[in-house]
Design a protein around this ligand. Structure first.
Ligand code: ADP
Length: 398
């Protein structure tokens, strides 16, 4: 088979087609990979990014040329490789942050979209086209932005605490005398200061989550116990809005006259995971005007699944893919009147991903939403073994 490189004129001797001009000119790397996983086409930008020329790349195996690695520098498995995923599933696969190892061994962050080309006659996948972009500069800028947000929100906490302190002194009859009107204004100022404090705390957490500085002490934790506590604490907020908040655990076992709840162990930081549950249930209450919320705990041998279902406003289908991005808020009359920062779900996703978990939502506008959280589950034996190892590290035998 003749090698096809975009550098050369077409083999027929004709001038290159318009599509070739476009592929030669664009800044994004474009590669075509056949169903045999061999590279069929490689544009000049792909050469600029990877260091391989089209002549070298075409005909060679995908993984030799586009070496994609994980954060430890290990090659991605076939299941995690977007090209193989697209070849196997026939779906478009998008990766906003994957690391590419260039010909010289340099590691570059890239964003990548792989689209399958399906044979219209046989309906089989003929090849896939990957479009990728070097995002090293964007990541640097993002890191600088994140550093700025982190410093600014940290610095602002001190004056904020002082304002909060003086407001409470003014409102305390022992330290300040104010009339009824002034009391009301000061109370409103106090509420706003509290929101501002929460916003700075969220900003700080999100910037730390972005560059991996989130303080996190994972340990073996029984997730069911934490979820139950959070639901209990949230009952107060639900009652304030006359909403019914229920909690149910699947696969309870009946032993004699007792109902025994299964244990759901995972290796997570309990404070961080509590934050996630609180956020999702808080949102369910916040965006539900009538009806109720059901929190379910279920799972199988390897996964713990938490479901938070509400009968609230629901989320438009167009917004769902963006919902877990930073600062994203659905723009409609309901959300405009309900305050928020759009940081909560972003932080939740970052925390869940820290433990190799997954968070997503299914929703129908006007009917309600269900948020799902999957966390890796440890068997009781694994949990015990890890707890013993932890204990021996904390207090080594003399
Ligand atoms: P915030 O609630 O502070 O705006 P979040 O990141 O927690 O930020 O949520 C992002 C957006 O997702 C919200 O602004 C809202 O539009 C939407 N949302 C989150 N949870 C729900 C829910 N249970 N029902 C409907 N919309 C929701």
């Amino acid at each position: 088979m003749a090698k096809f490189s975009l550098f050369n004129k077409r083999e027929s001797g004709k001038a290159p087609a318009d599509s070739d001009f476009i592929l030669n000119a664009i800044e994004d790397g474009v590669v075509m990979v056949g169903s045999n996983k061999a590279i069929q086409m490689f544009n000049p930008a792909a050469t600029k990014i990877t260091g391989w020329t089209a002549q070298e790349a075409v005909g060679l195996e995908l993984k030799t040329i586009l070496s994609l690695v994980n954060e430890k520098g290990e090659p991605l498995t076939d299941q995690a490789n977007p090209f193989i995923q697209a070849l196997v599933s026939g779906r478009v696969v998008k990766e906003s942050n994957v690391t590419l190892q260039t010909k010289t061994g340099k590691k570059l962050p890239v964003s990548l979209i792989v689209s399958p080309l399906v044979d219209s006659r046989t309906k089989s996948i003929r090849s896939v086209v990957g479009v990728f972009r070097d995002i090293a500069k964007e990541k640097e800028e993002e890191a600088r932005r994140s550093e700025f947000i982190s410093t600014a929100s940290h610095e602002m906490r001190t004056p904020l605490a002082a304002i909060e302190g003086y407001l409470s002194l003014a409102l305390n009859p022992k330290t300040g005398q104010v009339d009824e009107n002034a009391r009301m204004y000061l109370q409103k100022a106090g509420t706003s200061i509290k929101h501002l404090g929460e916003l700075f705390a969220d900003l700080l957490t999100s910037s730390k989550a972005e560059d991996g500085r989130l303080i996190n002490y994972p340990a073996v934790v029984e997730v069911g116990g934490i979820l139950e506590q959070v639901v209990e604490a949230e009952q107060f907020h639900a009652k304030e809005k006359s909403l019914d908040l229920q909690y149910s655990v699947s696969a309870n076992t009946v032993l004699g006259s007792k109902v025994v709840r299964p244990f759901f162990y995972s290796y997570v930081d309990q404070n961080r995971i509590r934050e996630v549950f609180q956020n999702i249930i808080d949102n369910a209450i916040k965006y539900t005007m009538s009806g109720g919320i059901v929190v379910r705990l279920t799972g199988n041998a390897s996964v713990i699944q938490i479901q938070v279902q509400d009968s609230g406003s629901g989320i438009p289908a167009d917004d769902i893919p963006h919902l877990f991005q930073k600062f994203y808020r659905v723009d409609n009359s309901t959300t405009r009147t309900i305050g928020g920062t759009g940081l909560g779900l972003f932080i939740c996703r970052k925390i869940v991903e820290l433990y190799s978990g997954r968070i997503w939502v299914e929703s129908e506008l006007g009917k309600g939403s269900t948020f799902f959280i999957d966390l890796p589950r440890l068997s009781a034996e694994q949990a015990l073994e890890m707890q013993q190892t932890q204990a021996s590290i904390i207090s080594p035998a003399r």
